[in-house]
Write a protein that binds this ligand. Structure first.
Ligand SMILES: [Zn+2]
Length: 336
């Protein structure tokens, strides 16, 4: 089986186009056409994790965080990122990351996994993403047929033609953003290169794609009890939280990793608590008596993503060698 087949299964759950613009999810090193011998599953593709893959004679490392974020200009091994890349390439190891694209899906996403551990129901995306777009352009009548023929090849799009005059046709195509390049290409190959294509986001947001998640506990729980349960269910070394508000917790908003940017949505949607990681001192003030903020740690919030990778892949490929890393890659430790 090729590496590509493994990646296709991951990408059916978390399509790469759902990643945020700043992200670098996808295949970072390696050849997707190579035979896959086995995969180590992890949050962070550190040097020790690459060593683990080498020791097992596996040639894939599937991580949540992309080891490379910014462009690299030199490969001298002066920092851990360069050393990981050098080692992976030397040993023909494919490093793949499913990052914000895996955060942004409602089914089998990073946040879904957290919600399941906490016991939430009625889950929905906290900040749905705009994923439907519309393209509009004017074309001369002779181009209509070739464009129609090209567009008919693309599934799941809506094509609308209007004809203000005999010569000019107005074409509108609504499509999921995943199809944007296919739609663009189909139209551009049929039209003169100077043709202006207007593309804009459609108003109705997708309800199953976006950042964070909000859901309900089966019954209201006193704040301190909830925080203690949370610490246990998420195996958090410590929880940093804002002052208790003296009211029970029922509606829970959460986001794995550094999700502080979602606080306004959590408040607007009436969440009693917002759970995430990586909060800074001054950002805790933003709770302002309106919500309880709980920072459970970045690693802690996402650690069960490793199990998630395992479930997604083992269900599809029961005989493929998968290994959940034994390396504790959290760079943060606690002194109790
Ligand atoms: Zn993260």
């Amino acid at each position: 089986m090729k590496i590509q087949s493994i990646l296709q299964v991951l990408e059916a759950v978390a399509p790469p186009q759902y990643q945020e613009a700043y992200d670098n999810a996808g295949l970072i090193t390696g050849d997707a056409q190579a035979e896959a011998r086995g995969a180590v599953l992890c949050l962070d593709a550190t040097e020790e994790v690459i060593d683990e893959a080498i020791a097992l004679n596996y040639n894939m490392v599937i991580a949540h965080h992309p080891i490379v974020f910014k462009a690299l200009k030199r490969f001298t091994g002066k920092n851990y990122v360069e050393r990981v890349i050098i080692k992976a390439i030397k040993h023909d190891i494919a490093i793949y990351a499913a990052h914000t694209n895996l955060d942004n899906v409602l089914h089998q996403g990073v946040n879904t996994r957290i919600a399941a551990r906490i016991g939430l129901s009625d889950m929905r995306i906290l900040a749905p993403k705009q994923v439907w777009k519309k393209l509009r352009t004017q074309v001369a009548l002779p181009f209509r047929n070739p464009i129609e023929e090209a567009l008919v090849e693309i599934p799941g799009i809506q094509v609308h033609w209007a004809a203000p005059s005999d010569e000019i046709q107005i074409l509108e195509v609504a499509f999921h953003q995943a199809r944007e390049s296919a739609v663009r290409q189909a139209i551009q190959t049929a039209l003169p290169p100077s043709t202006l294509l207007e593309i804009f986001a459609l108003e109705s947001p997708a309800t199953e794609v976006g950042a964070g998640l909000i859901g309900l506990l089966p019954h209201p729980v006193a704040e301190e009890d909830f925080l203690r349960q949370l610490k246990e269910s998420m195996q958090a070394g410590v929880i940093r939280h804002t002052p208790l508000l003296g009211k029970p917790v029922r509606k829970v908003a959460l986001c794995g990793g550094a999700g502080g940017f979602l606080l306004p949505q959590a408040i607007a949607q009436g969440a009693d608590i917002f759970i995430t990681g990586d909060y800074k001192y001054h950002e805790f003030f933003d709770a302002d008596g309106r919500i309880l903020i709980a920072d459970i740690g970045h690693f802690e919030s996402e650690q069960f993503t490793i199990e998630l990778f395992y479930e997604i892949l083992s269900e599809k490929f029961p005989n493929f060698a998968l290994h959940c890393t034994k390396v504790y890659t959290n760079p943060v430790r606690y002194l109790y």
